[in-house]
Design a protein around this ligand. Structure first.
Ligand SMILES: Cc1cc2nc3c(=O)[nH]c(=O)nc-3n(C[C@H](O)[C@H](O)[C@H](O)COP(=O)(O)O)c2cc1C
Length: 389
């Protein structure tokens, strides 16, 4: 029988952590984390589509003792999910990336570091145990890209995710209204916003305002923060061509995945490139409000890449059962972004651990209830949706 802790009582689910983070961090930071593209239809569709994935349990079988351990890329992870890359997560809670990375390490799960994280490749390598993967936003300066890859390799990262679903600048009305930049542009409203969230403000004062640590080595000396933010916008390549992906493939000796795949045709191009896997993702609904959800895209992508290439999926996971649903649909592994960072923002330094603890317990409970011992058995329990005739 599991022990119910004080944290379990206060935050029994990811939804409770979401309510907690909303109350604890300034509105501009919460809105940055929550926002989708446009009217947020895609963000909501991710959640709704998962809710509509039904599984058929079996009960009159041998007693089930779920084993969540999942082998992937030469390691056995304690469960088939990890923490997705989140840029600027130091705004959600000071030292957000380290908190999430350490929590993933303690739990035996992978943590993906964003190029736009507020902790450097090297700092996260030191805080983890070979379980950190690196996500690349490709700079348009080839030497900078080569250097980022070299730093990641030297620091011991073995898995690279190249994000392709940000081909250009996207208008985000809340960030524009809130004047969100790094560091935040202070005006009277931002100051009132921060004063109303003293725990966040004190923690931020103690740790210092977050910066894009991975990229600061490339800033011209004497660059102000505002100039730095502009510099990062200017160096972003945006659209990633097949040629660029081929070059990255040649430069990266480890495992390489392409993140942001939704179309079968794109999946086919990834097979041609010889990458080890794809991440079926619509970026948490932040890029294209009309984009299909991973739930809808997985079957087509899986059909293109075949059974052996790795398929990781993300978007809308808010409980352990959602992880089981993604795997039942055909994913080998799942990434969670907001669910984990809700914990980080709601609780602080042990918040990533609590969010992961909830997801692990719920996944184990789901597998026991469905009647499967391993995640690999989940696809057999997927109940096909009746289609309207
Ligand atoms: C605040 C925030 C920042 C993100 N930053 C990045 C990023 O830097 N690189 C990236 O590839 N994806 C980024 N993503 C997308 C996530 O990696 C992931 O694909 C998506 O959020 C999964 O959906 P979920 O938040 O519903 O779990 C970000 C998502 C959020 C919410």
């Amino acid at each position: 029988m599991n022990l119910i802790t004080d944290l379990d009582r206060k935050y029994p689910s990811i939804a409770d952590l979401e309510a907690g983070v909303r109350a604890r961090i300034p509105r501009f930071a919460f809105e940055y984390m929550m926002r989708g593209h446009g009217r947020y239809d895609c963000r909501e569709r991710n959640i709704d589509a998962l809710r509509r994935v039904d599984l058929t349990p079996e009960y009159v079988i041998e007693k089930v003792i779920p084993k969540l351990e999942t082998p992937l890329f030469g390691r056995t992870w304690s469960a088939p999910f990890g923490v997705a890359p989140v840029g600027l997560s130091g705004l959600i809670w000071p030292r957000g990336p380290e908190i999430a990375a350490r929590a993933a390490t303690r739990a035996g799960l992978p943590f993906v570091l964003s190029t736009y994280a507020t902790a450097s490749i090297e700092r996260i390598a030191a805080a983890t145990d070979g379980n950190a993967w690196f996500q690349l936003y490709t700079p348009n300066v080839p030497e900078m890209r080569r250097d980022l890859l070299k730093r990641a390799r030297t620091a011991g990262y073995e898995v690279l995710l190249v994000t392709v679903d940000v081909p250009g600048h996207t208008r985000h009305r809340v960030d524009m209204r809130n004047g969100l930049s790094v560091p935040p542009r202070f005006n009277l409203l931002t100051v009132i916003d921060m004063l109303s969230r003293p725990a966040w403000s004190f923690a931020m004062l103690r740790s210092g305002m977050p910066t894009f640590e991975n990229l600061t080595p490339y800033l011209p000396p004497g660059t102000s923060f505002a100039e730095g933010a502009q510099f990062f916008r200017d160096i972003s390549l945006g659209h990633i061509s097949m040629d660029t992906l081929r070059e990255i493939r040649d430069q990266w000796p480890g495992k390489m995945l392409v993140k942001g795949i939704l179309a079968g045709a794109d999946a086919r191009r990834c097979v041609e490139l010889g990458v080890e896997g794809v991440v079926v993702s619509n970026h948490g609904g932040r890029q294209l409000d009309a984009a299909v959800s991973a739930v809808e895209a997985i079957p087509e992508v899986r059909a293109e890449i075949g059974p052996d290439m790795v398929l990781i999926a993300d978007g809308g996971v808010r409980c352990g059962l959602d992880v089981a649903r993604m795997i039942a649909l055909g994913a080998d592994f799942v990434l969670c972004a907001r669910a984990v960072y809700f914990g980080v923002g709601a609780i602080g330094s042990r918040g990533g651990d609590h969010a992961i603890h909830i997801l692990l317990e719920e996944l184990e409970e789901a597998m026991r209830q469905i009647g499967v011992t391993t995640p690999a058995e989940l696809p057999g329990r997927l109940r096909p949706r009746a289609t309207a005739s």
